[in-house]
Design a protein around this ligand. Structure first.
Ligand code: DLL
Length: 433
């Protein structure tokens, strides 16, 4: 039987969800207008006042916020409450430009942790479970968010943070950890290490994993599920909107339910900013309707995906988002063709490889080059040149039919591509240098 953390709201009728959103949005717009001059100015420029926002149907009248706004308003320009009411910040790793710094009141943290608790219960978690949180702790939201959710569910929480793989494995085995929370690439790495140590899936006490923070394919899910002997659940979120738990997967594993009592989701055309109908692929935009310290309205995530309100077998009524296909900013344009790393990953996993690969893009004589380095698994490792070449050719063909592009494929020895304890680095684009 399906269990819920907050059944009333998770299974509420669409009418009830809309009524909640309408009421919260109207109040949130007023809060932002009164307390965030940066956004008020944007509203004024668009000729919108809080009086124009009478329900969620009016959301489309509001201006968008983007990462550029966050940079411009850094660090305090989008904070909606006096700093004495903020109790914490979290921040992204920020590879380019300024980091994103998000602020929280105690109530904001409470609702964030509720979202994570919903995800843990949806993955089968109860107060009988041992939940190992192997996302990074500190500025990254993964560790603190899932840690808080795990407490709320009453799991015995093991805050290992990321890294130190053999210690992770020791705790899993000794404490009989049943739920593992980490990035999918780290879960795959833990799976490899378990295998090396001679543990089969039946000898690992884990039953579920809650994996997110980066894009991962269905094929990678199957792989992780098989090596660890678990059911693997996706979880989505971003620092700007609190962290993990904006959306989470249920037992149906058919998309992630967005916590619509806290976030309103829209899909827009990233070029025209036009709102697209349900089911159409585009950029995901979120409005936080009850977070007070960092109340972002119509925030453009750059994540590309689709939404569906089709009935879900788990009984939850909140809208579902598909696995994000990638980000507008990690979509590669190679010889004019749009390529998402996730498409390449799908081909590799379909050919029996693990998700240990690197995509290197370059430019020679004004033509883009696409180089895919893939690790052989220990089982397929060989020094027979003919066999390696045949395998490489098979991948070149597979990539050609998926992308319509000719790539160069190099098979490399097992373990030669660096592993990540957090988000994996898949793409090296030398064209930008
Ligand atoms: O990655 C929050 C998080 C922590 C989510 C732990 C899930 C688990 P940021 O570092 O701000 O926050 O990165 C947010 O990561 O816009 C997506 O591009 C990507 N992302 C997050 N979850 C998923 C997912 C955290 N399940 C950015 N699938 C987002 C695909 C994801 N991409």
């Amino acid at each position: 039987m399906e269990r819920y953390y907050q059944e009333d709201i998770e299974t509420a009728s669409r009418e009830k969800i809309k009524a909640i959103q309408d009421e919260k949005l109207v109040a949130q717009v007023k809060h932002v207008w009164d307390n965030v001059p940066y956004y008020r100015k944007k509203m004024e420029e668009k000729g919108v006042t809080p009086d124009d926002i009478k329900s969620s149907d009016d959301l489309c009248k509001l201006p968008f916020l983007s990462k550029a706004d966050l940079r411009e308003a850094y660090p305090y320009g989008l904070v909606g409450v006096p700093l004495k009411d903020c109790v914490r910040i979290q921040s992204t790793s920020g590879t380019t430009g300024k980091r994103v710094v998000a602020f929280y009141t105690l109530e904001d943290i409470d609702l964030w942790e509720d979202c994570c608790a919903r995800a843990i219960v949806a993955a089968g978690g109860t107060d009988e479970d041992v939940c190992q949180v192997s996302y990074g702790y500190g500025l990254f939201t993964g560790g603190p968010g899932l840690n808080g959710g795990s407490h709320k569910v009453g799991c015995l929480t093991v805050p290992t943070s990321s890294g130190n793989t053999d210690r992770q494995i020791m705790f899993i085995q000794d404490l009989h950890t049943t739920i593992l929370c980490c990035t999918p690439s780290y879960a795959a790495f833990l799976g490899e290490r378990f295998k090396e140590l001679g543990y089969g899936p039946d000898e690992i006490p884990l039953k579920a994993g809650i994996f997110g923070a980066e894009a991962w394919s269905e094929e990678m899910r199957q792989d992780i599920q098989n090596t660890l002997g678990i059911k693997a659940y996706d979880i989505y979120g971003l620092t700007e909107l609190s962290g993990p738990g904006v959306a989470f997967e249920c037992s149906a594993q058919q998309g992630m339910h967005i916590n619509e009592d806290h976030f309103i989701a829209e899909i827009i055309d990233p070029d025209t900013e036009e709102v697209l109908p349900e089911g159409t692929q585009g950029e995901l935009v979120f409005t936080a309707i009850d977070k007070k310290a960092f109340p972002l309205l119509r925030y453009r995530t750059r994540d590309i995906c689709t939404l569906t309100r089709e009935k879900c077998s788990c009984g939850r009524t909140h809208v579902r988002m598909a696995k994000p296909k990638g980000r507008t900013d990690d979509m590669l344009i190679i010889r004019g063709v749009n390529v998402f790393p996730s498409q390449i990953e799908t081909v590799l996993l379909n050919h029996g490889y693990a998700a240990n690969y690197q995509i290197i893009v370059g430019r020679v004589n004004n033509t883009d080059t696409l180089d895919v380095q893939v690790e052989m698994t220990p089982e397929m490792f060989t020094d027979n040149v003919g066999e390696i070449e045949a395998r490489q050719r098979a991948l070149v063909d597979g990539l050609k039919s998926m992308l319509g592009l000719k790539a160069k494929v190099s098979l490399v020895a097992p373990k030669s591509i660096a592993r990540s304890e957090g988000k994996a680095v898949r793409v090296i684009d030398n064209r930008k240098i």
